[in-house]
Design a protein around this ligand. Structure first.
Ligand SMILES: C[S@@+](CC[C@H](N)C(=O)[O-])C[C@H]1O[C@@H](n2cnc3c(N)ncnc32)[C@H](O)[C@@H]1O
Length: 161
């Protein structure tokens, strides 16, 4: 199994990812490898999504993210699953967020193909999904002036011609 280190997405980039995915009240967001849960928090508090679910296999981060959902007062809408995202059913998602590695995105492709419905938006911070055609790609500057790449894929129109 590939090790993906914990590096949080800067908040400016989180907001840009959810805006690019056009997140709103009808959406169910899944963050695969949710770290401290920041994407879930911004999705619920700033984009008013219906539901947000994070999956995290690092126990300390899982505990931190779960506690933050309570502290932020959003535990009725946001939750964190302790485990491996390859093992978790994501079929209810309308938006999936990723900040992993190109190699892990490659490994996730069969699961994304199998479980996600057409029209689901997949937003990846920094790393492409190899062989998939992005609907859009943008550059976002973070709070420290660093540029980040964000890729949007739309299930159903993601295959390279
Ligand atoms: C680069 S961090 C991104 C954290 C968060 N999504 C963000 O953007 O701020 C990647 C996270 O994925 C978690 N992770 C890596 N592989 C995982 C797996 N197979 N199942 C669940 N979590 C995983 C790591 O523990 C780490 O917290």
């Amino acid at each position: 199994m590939v090790f993906v280190p914990y590096v949080p997405t800067p908040y400016q980039v989180v907001r840009a990812m959810l805006k690019l995915a056009n997140a709103g009240p009808d959406d169910i967001v899944y963050d695969l490898g949710c770290g401290d849960g920041r994407i879930l928090i911004v999705a619920v508090k700033e984009f008013n999504v219906k539901k947000a679910v994070g999956v995290e296999k690092d126990q300390q981060l899982y505990k931190l993210a779960s506690t933050r959902m309570i502290d932020e007062g959003i535990a009725n809408k946001a939750s964190v699953v302790y485990g491996d995202f390859f093992e978790v059913d994501i079929s209810e998602a309308t938006i999936v967020t990723l900040f992993l590695l190109t190699s892990v995105n490659e490994m996730l492709k069969p699961k994304l193909e199998r479980e996600l419905r057409d029209g689901v938006r997949i937003v990846s911070h920094e790393f492409r999904i190899p062989g998939w055609k992005p609907a859009r790609e943008i550059d976002v500057r973070d709070e420290n002036g660093l540029l980040h790449k964000v890729y949007l894929y739309v299930k159903g129109s993601h295959r390279e011609q």
